[in-house]
Design a protein around this ligand. Sequence first.
Ligand code: HDE
Length: 730
Amino acid sequence: MAKKTTVKDTSPIKQDNDKTAKLEAFVADDRGEKLTTNHGVKINDDQNSLKAGDRGATLLEDFILREKITHFDHERIPERVVHARGSGAHGVFKVYEDMSDITRAAFLCDPGQETPVFVRFSTVAGSRGSTDLARDVRGFAVKFYTQEGNFDLVGNNMPVFFIQDAVKFPDLVHAVKPEPDNEIPQAASAHDTFWDFISFMPESAHMIMWLMSDRAIPRSYRMMEGFGVHTFRLVNASGVSSFVKFHWKPLQGVHSVAWDEAQNISGKDPDFHRRDLWDAIEAGAFPEWELGVQIVAEEDEFKFGFDLLDPTKIIPEELVPVQRIGKMTLNRNPDNFFAETEQVAFHVGHVVPGIDFTNDPLLQGRLFSYTDTQLIRLGGPNFHEIPINRPVVPIHNNQRDGYMRQTINRGKTSYGPNGIATNDPRQAKAAEGGFVSYNERIDAKKIRARSRSFFDHFSQARLFFNSQSEAEKNHLIDAFSFELGKVKMVDIRTRMLGLLNHVDKGLAAAVAYSLGLHVPTIPLAELNGSIPADADPADYTPEQKEGELAKSEALSMAGTLKDSIATRKIAILAADGVDDQSLSKVKDALVAQGAIVHIIAPKLGTILSQEDQQIDVDESFLTAASVLYDAVYLPGGINSSATLEAEANAVHFLNEAFKHCKAIAADATAIQVLEATYFYKKLPDEYSQETVLREGILVSDDLSSSAELFAKMIALHRFWDREVPRKIPA
Ligand code: HDE
């Protein structure tokens, strides 16, 4: 265990909880200290190795050099086989009301109890250094440090998965990862092997609709939903079990960026999501989610048109509403990325009494995989002793030794039953908090097979498509056209069109148009490439069903929360001669509502307003880009406008902001800058509140009084209707 030293806070806000207090024991702070070896010897010269003469050969004796280089040589551990790139944060969770009627999990039964959490968000396919804005699923893994041990809710930002059985996971991951001969492409599914595999896996149909939707390019980790995906069980103190689907509902709303924007951000700031999460927490704008549950009584297991054990299905919220039962707040950044975010080890099998599993065959395979992967990734069986992984409650058992063991177990016994230590550590009765598995009755033949209740692959994929807004549907069509357009082998594109045709004929036709292909007719019986050698293909033929609902509001992001501009990033474009009042009044009004406002000018340093005020510049047109902002404001000032009008980067900034459907506001005296943009001719004739909130563009000769309206525009996030027609030069 590292020496405990006093740590002086460097960040303005450091929220403590039970877990972070325990982590303090492992924290080391070098400030004011002398340099030492790993064995505590003070070092006098860290600039020169020990040599025979000042030009001589280096001596093997130099234990300081050897130790330093050896440690360095071993600094890397394998990255996660999936979800390699991620960002973490500490926080707390509190349940709103006692849930003991459905679960005995203590942290869900006591509204007075605050449970520390550590959350890691991630992309799936890319490696550790890849871009945050890849089109991808996002991991949403939460470790609750409860008083009954750790509970890990290892979910994603999409509620379904590509495959139904864990045995196909290595195939899926091999297909999506860079191709093995040339390791191209990084962090992208737009390539032959991924779509080759998917085109033979009709069970992926629902998931690829989510993956091609804007959910795959979130504006921020803070603005994503989270889902446990599988159906789990909650079990109460009387042993009564209910099925449950877990949800995280962000109080910041669910927002995404445009695909063209995502691609640009990947170049301008590949750490966009990581930075956004870090900065928001440092600024004290703590992201919050409500924990939601959909509860299905045990006796209702078979009342739906789909199988609750099938991880390619949601339970539509119209059929079973999501009850919001508690709130999670992320309020502290990690001190050290490697020690915390990289070494945190999640496992879907980390449950506490009152939470249990179902027979979902994907979940069952995961129950094996997560511990297994930590053994190679973290190097041995004692990864639970790494500070971030330790529960806040003590560990007592007869497990011993292994690489890097930290615990010093006292006494002679490491077995049970024993008499020498009066049989300690003892088993706990259920009433004392001992975990008792749910006594599910299982009476079946051992068999490798898939239930026929798993073969309705298209009705929920169609439900998802039909539930999208017009703009979201267009984005889906564009995403399929892009991804399949990147596929080189035409027969893969064609097979995918045949598959999409079973989801929605209009979708398939629109994508086929972009690809310059015809939609083939592939009979249901020929769709599935995933059939055991001796099986009757009829047993593996997908079903074409209507589904229970035509539309589900919750599946679209159109109706999400749009009530705040807190932490939204606003660019103010300005140059020397800017009108001080028109700049500062709008800036102050936005900052007062929690927005982050940057002044962007032709060069760094300061600009001089027309009133001779010096104004600090945050970014230049070289260091900033419109894709890194949510909205743009052009203050007045004749000279400033003349400079910006002639500054190609400023005009490009505005054109891009328009293309990506962002809120744009301008002082009427800056109209000449707008005149230089390609969208000037599309500006509305009048700026009533109604037009402004529809078009997202505001030109006013008194913006200080219109600042409130500008804030409303920003809160609306995007004006997707501007995309019609969708092809815009910028
Ligand atoms: Fe994972 N998954 N997974 N997964 N998963 C891993 O564990 C695996 C699945 C998810 O931030 C690995 O520690 C299998 C579904 C997240 O550290 C590995 C199957 C869902 C994270 C693994 C699945 C997830 C992982 C890689 C199919 C959403 C990142 C490194 C049977 C409900 C956790 C690691 C973090 C990570 C296996 C499918 C979520 C290899 C075998 C479905 C959020 O164990």
